[in-house]
Design a protein around this ligand. Structure first.
Ligand SMILES: [Mn+2]
Length: 426
């Protein structure tokens, strides 16, 4: 068990004091599109309410410089980032205008930046592990509880649902939210053969099932108002099953179409990677779906098991509730098929995130992720360049066979390859 509860607690108290000073103003809640992000968004709206702030929510799929700068040009004094923002706190610090107050309630690996008016409340900064002890929605819940101990309890169950992306029995700060939810009568802990299961009374569903349902709304339904309806549903203590199943149906139809395209045309093969694009088939669905598609595809025979698998679709420049970002962009996702995954595990090949960050960064894009799955955005007109940079970087960074010249970075590679890929962010 990790975490400096005292230091984190006093950071929460300080943040609450700073935020209370802004009562009566207006706020923008920026949240992620999966269940954790949607629950964190709902909880953050309740935070704004507790502070007497008029608030509106914007759901974003990715941190991107243009998106962050558009956010901070919105007319508001308080900005809350929920389950997103930490890894690019540098972008936030750079885009903040004077007088703006920002609270980041996130659990992803934080960029360590500080600045006037920036309240970075990621429990990882206090020794907790975002992969084990705390979800984004729990991070948000902790601040809500600080602001309004009584009002918070009603949403503790949402933090439990958000925490479903963290594997194993809930612990650390997640267990604190669970204890509140149990006390409120909203969650029952049932012990199964493979550990605890959390049954959520108001929505009559287990936490992990509920998590998948909300995630479908937020991600597949990203461009059709899904995130806002999911957030509203959480605040009303409801689970929108019907909408989720029709979105799932739509997604599997599109996936079928895309599988036929891939089998008809094959994958484009380079020395160290293989790639495909959706040819517009996934248009209108949130760009998380290309990652989901690759995860399924990566186990098929058509895929070379020792090459990185790259999938691309166009990223619509129109961000719902925010506006149009400049330029035309592609969302690129990467997966490591099984044989390659073992190589990465052993330090014999670079993590997917490292390659993608390098290649996307070289063409003016952004990327993040972990050893076996990563995703990013890159300019549409620099796709070929991006692919060839990624292919040659993969070649250069492969460890040479035993006895060949030493490559100094293999130790660092195996360390990052060992991180557990728990956060389904890609
Ligand atoms: Mn999360």
């Amino acid at each position: 068990m990790s975490g400096d509860r005292e230091a984190y607690g006093s950071a929460l108290r300080e943040a609450a004091r700073a935020l209370r000073g802004r009562a009566g103003g207006s706020a923008v809640i920026v949240h992620h599109d999966d269940a954790d992000g949607l629950a964190a968004g709902a909880i953050s709206l309740r935070i704004a309410e507790a502070l007497g702030l008029r608030a509106r929510a914007v759901c974003i799929e990715k941190m991107h410089p243009s998106i962050v700068s558009m956010i901070h040009s919105m007319d508001a004094e308080v900005f809350i980032y929920a389950d997103i923002g930490s890894s690019r706190a540098d972008l936030v610090a750079g885009a903040m205008r004077s007088g703006q107050l920002v609270a980041i309630l996130d659990h992803h690996d934080p960029a360590r930046v500080s600045g006037e008016g920036l309240l970075h409340l990621n429990p990882e900064l206090y020794g907790y592990r975002g992969e084990e002890d705390v979800s984004g929605s729990t991070a948000a819940y902790m601040l809500l509880r600080e602001l309004s101990a009584d009002g918070a309890t009603e949403l503790a169950w949402a933090a439990v649902v958000g925490s479903a992306e963290v594997p194993g029995d809930l612990r650390g700060l997640n267990a604190e939210a669970l204890a509140d939810a149990v006390r409120a009568g909203d969650v029952e802990v049932r012990r199964g053969r493979r550990g605890e299961r959390y049954y959520v009374v108001p929505i009559d569903e287990y936490w992990d099932e509920a998590s998948s349902t909300y995630t479908v709304l937020g991600s597949v339904g990203y461009y059709s108002g899904g995130p806002a309806r999911a957030v509203e549903a959480i605040l009303r203590r409801e689970l929108p099953r019907d909408e989720a199943s029709s979105l799932e149906e739509l997604r599997s139809k599109r996936f079928e179409e895309l599988f036929s395209k891939v089998y008809r045309e094959g994958l484009r093969r380079m020395r160290h990677l293989q790639w495909m694009d959706d040819g517009g088939i996934l248009d209108g669905l949130g760009t998380k779906v290309i990652g989901t598609f690759l995860s399924v595809l990566s186990h098929r025979r058509i895929v070379d098991q020792d090459k990185y698998l790259v999938g691309m679709m166009e990223f619509k420049p129109e961000i719902p509730g925010l506006g149009r970002i400049e330029g035309r962009w592609i969302k690129a996702s990467v997966r490591t098929p099984d044989a390659l995954r073992r190589l990465v595990e052993g330090g014999g090949a670079p993590p997917a995130s490292e390659l993608l960050e390098l290649a996307a960064g070289s063409v003016g894009g952004v990327a993040e992720g972990h050893a076996y799955a990563a995703s990013g955005l890159l300019p549409l007109d620099r796709r070929e360049e991006f692919l060839s940079i990624m292919d040659s970087a993969a070649g250069e960074r492969r460890r040479r066979p035993r006895g060949a010249a030493r490559l100094g970075s293999t130790e660092a590679l195996s360390v990052s390859a060992g991180r557990s890929p728990v956060c389904p962010r890609r």
